[in-house]
Ligand binder design. Structure first.
Ligand SMILES: N[C@@H](CCC(=O)N[C@@H](CS)C(=O)NCC(=O)O)C(=O)O
Length: 220
C-alpha cells in the first residue's frame, strides 16, 4: 500500500504547486495506485507526523513500511521503478538524475526566492530594492534551461522525472511572464502539461481543496 500525505487546504496561489503534487504526478505516470492522508496544520505539528516528515511539511510517503520525505527523493524512488520516468541505460538514468538535481538545487532556489518576495514580502521596504537582482538570477537560469531545450522536446532523450520536476519548478513562475514570454519554455511546459497523467494528478490534487473548508480565520 502506498500512502501520500498532502495538505488539506492551501490558498489559490499555491494550488497546483504544493510539492505533494509532484509525487501524485509521478505515481500517475508510473500507473501506481495510492491513498491520500489529508493534513491540517495541527496534524503537521504532531509528533506522529514528525516521525514521517521531520520538518512537518508535505509530502511524506509511505510504501509497505518504507517512509520517505523530500519530493525529489520520493519522485526518484518511484522513477527507479518505472520506465515511464527513467530510461533503461545506467548512463541515461544518471543524466536524468543530474537534471533532477539541477531542477531542485540550481533552478528552484532562485525561483523560490522570487516567489517568496512576491507572495510574502511584497509590502516590505526592501522588496523592490532586492527584486530586480533576483529576477536577473532567475532569467540567467531560465536562459540556460531554454538553451538546453532548443531543438529537443525533453531534457534527455525521452520524458523523464527530470522533466516532471523541471516543469513543476517553472510553473512556480506562472504568475509572471518570465516563462510564458520564452517560447521554448512555454512550449515545453504546454507539451508536458498536456500529458494525461499530469491532468489526472492535478485534478486529484485540486479536488482536495474544493472539498475542504479553509482553516479558521482564513477567508478563501
Ligand atoms: N524540499 C521539500 C519542501 C517541502 C515543502 O516546502 N512543503 C511545503 C508545501 S510545498 C509545506 O509543507 N509547507 C507547509 C509548512 O511548511 O508548514 C520537498 O520538496 O519535499
Amino acid at each position: 500500500v502506498r500512502r501520500l500525505s498532502v495538505l488539506a487546504w492551501v490558498p489559490d496561489f499555491a494550488r497546483g504547486l504544493v510539492r505533494e503534487h509532484r509525487v501524485r504526478w509521478a505515481l500517475e505516470e508510473a500507473g501506481l495506485p495510492y491513498e491520500v492522508r489529508e493534513l491540517r496544520e495541527v496534524d503537521q505539528q504532531s509528533p506522529g507526523y514528525r516521525e514521517l516528515q521531520p520538518f512537518g511539511q508535505v509530502p511524506a510517503y509511505e510504501e509497505d513500511g518504507l517512509v520517505l520525505f523530500e519530493s525529489g527523493a520520493i519522485v526518484h524512488h518511484i522513477a527507479e521503478r518505472s520506465p515511464a520516468l527513467l530510461p533503461p541505460s545506467p548512463a541515461g538514468r544518471a543524466r536524468a538524475l543530474t537534471w533532477m538535481f539541477a531542477a531542485l538545487n540550481t533552478v528552484e532556489p532562485d525561483i523560490s526566492n522570487l516567489a517568496t518576495i512576491d507572495h510574502f514580502a511584497s509590502g516590505e521596504a526592501w522588496a523592490p530594492l532586492r527584486r530586480p537582482a533576483v529576477v536577473d538570477l532567475v532569467k540567467d537560469k531560465l536562459d540556460i534551461v531554454a538553451r538546453r531545450l532548443r531543438g529537443r522536446p525533453y531534457l534527455e532523450d525521452q520524458f523523464t522525472a527530470a522533466d516532471l520536476l523541471m516543469s513543476s519548478v517553472l510553473r512556480i513562475l506562472r504568475y509572471t511572464d518570465l516563462v510564458s514570454s520564452v517560447p521554448v519554455l512555454a512550449d515545453y511546459c504546454a507539451r508536458i502539461e498536456a500529458r494525461p497523467a499530469y491532468q489526472r494528478s492535478l485534478a486529484d490534487h485540486l479536488a482536495v481543496f474544493a472539498r475542504n473548508p479553509p482553516p479558521p480565520g482564513v477567508t478563501a
